[in-house]
Write a protein that binds this ligand. Structure first.
Ligand code: PMP
Length: 412
């Protein structure tokens, strides 16, 4: 029998050696699909020993056992069937109650759909909305799957720069400059991947006003909404006046509840859009996994259970930003949410891809080049602190040595 390691080796070998005649059958859209840089670096890191990965953005915690138990009980109770395409009523009621506690009012009957993770919500939303040639405003740098999803669904991604001097908060005037007759959608993501930024409340109001003025639909990706620090609370753009009717709010339990493998999330928005997303979901995947819907019901009713994880992320952020800001050639602004630090490497005069490749090769630490997230990400690397404090310290030491080495090479 083939074990997992052998399978992995044989697949990567096959990819390199064979030019497959079956490529002729691929659609032009499929041919243009590329594996994201995060995955490929992660795969490459497997050929090194003693690697510390600050690369992949997923919690290092296992899902709280209470959530696992609730899902298990659901299965034992016979809940092993398909559910309604939009999710079982009890799941939608649980989501509606969870949102209500945050001051967001959505009718579980026809304003909420349960999806396969945040990605399921994002892709179904984009497929439902986009016609070929529609322009979608996306901040730069941004999580790379936005761009490829929009392109795959024949939309045109239009980058809107964010800047370190603004703590990477998205600004209404930068958006407005890029609006054309073809602009249909604005995608926002706060707390943000890759920068960890939380959009400043004044900027959020400015963005809301602008969306109303230019009649834009906003897709607000709030998958990190539970992970905000410094005693602040997440604000959804959907809660601002006039915004609920033009916002598709996307959320997921992946990050907040450490449930990436459960593939469970949801979208809340205007009835007409949610209804069409439901029909589309019927055609694509039928429904989100029933067992995960059972886990969700328990999880969203007990957000206090993730407070310890949130506090631990905050402690790691404080430790890591302090360490980074003491490494020669590196600096970072303090991110207010998620579990990423966008580290400025411009003092080292090396591009972000070379930095990441050499760091992996020489010191076995994985970070993601900022350029993978867009043109404006160059000069930065993304580092995830979803790893325990001991490993983070060890990684910081290795990065310190690496930067010293780079600086010495420059001087000699
Ligand atoms: N949005 C952002 C900004 C993300 O970073 C991710 C995951 N990395 C997702 C959506 C997708 O999350 P899920 O696992 O819920 O599909």
């Amino acid at each position: 029998m083939m074990d997992a390691a052998r399978l992995f080796r044989s697949l990567s070998h096959r990819k390199k050696t064979k030019s497959n005649p079956m490529n002729n059958f691929l659609s032009s859209r499929a041919q243009n699909l590329r594996q994201g840089e995060i995955r490929s670096l992660f795969n490459r890191s497997k050929s090194y020993k003693n690697v510390i990965s600050l690369g992949i953005g997923e919690p290092d915690f296992v899902t709280p056992s209470t959530i696992i138990n609730a899902a298990y009980q659901g299965l034992l109770n016979g809940n092993t069937h398909y559910t309604a395409n939009e999710g079982q009523p009890s799941t939608r009621i649980a989501i509606s109650t969870y949102l209500e506690k945050k001051g967001l009012f959505y009718d579980p009957v026809d304003e909420i759909i349960v999806t396969m993770g945040g990605m399921g919500a994002l892709s179904t939303a984009l497929m439902t909305i986009l016609d070929p040639g529609d322009e979608v405003l996306i901040q730069d740098p941004q999580w790379l799957n936005y761009r490829s999803q929009v392109q795959f669904f024949r939309g045109i991604p239009v980058p809107v720069p964010v800047y370190e001097q603004d703590s990477f908060s998205l600004k209404a005037d930068a958006i407005e400059k890029r609006i054309t007759k073809k602009t249909k959608v604005l995608m926002i993501n706060s707390p943000n991947n890759p920068t960890g930024a939380v959009i400043h409340p004044e900027d959020l109001t400015g963005i809301a006003d602008l969306s109303i003025k230019h009649d834009l639909l906003v897709i607000s990706d709030e998958v990190y909404s539970e992970l905000v620090y410094d005693n602040s609370k997440h604000i959804s753009i959907a809660s601002l006046p006039g915004m609920k009717e033009r916002t598709i709010m996307v959320n997921s339990l992946s990050k907040s509840f450490a449930m990436t493998g459960w593939r469970i999330g949801f979208a809340a928005g205007p009835t007409e859009i949610i209804n069409k997303m439901t029909v589309l979901q019927e055609n694509l995947v039928a429904c989100a996994p029933t067992v995960s819907q059972e886990g969700l019901i328990y999880a969203v009713a007990h957000p206090e259970e993730i407070e310890l994880m949130r506090k631990e992320y905050e402690a790691r952020r404080d430790m890591m930003t302090e360490l980074i800001n003491h490494i020669p050639g590196l600096s970072c602004v303090i991110p207010r949410g998620a579990f990423y630090i966008f580290v400025n490497i411009s003092g080292l005069h090396i591009n972000s891809r070379d930095f990441s490749e050499k760091l992996l090769r020489d010191f076995q630490v994985v970070v993601i080049p900022g350029s993978a997230f867009g043109e404006k990400g160059e000069g930065f690397v993304r580092l995830s602190y979803a790893t325990n404090q001991q490993l983070l310290k060890e990684a910081a030491e290795r990065i310190h040595k690496f930067c010293n080495q780079l600086l010495e090479e420059k001087i000699l």
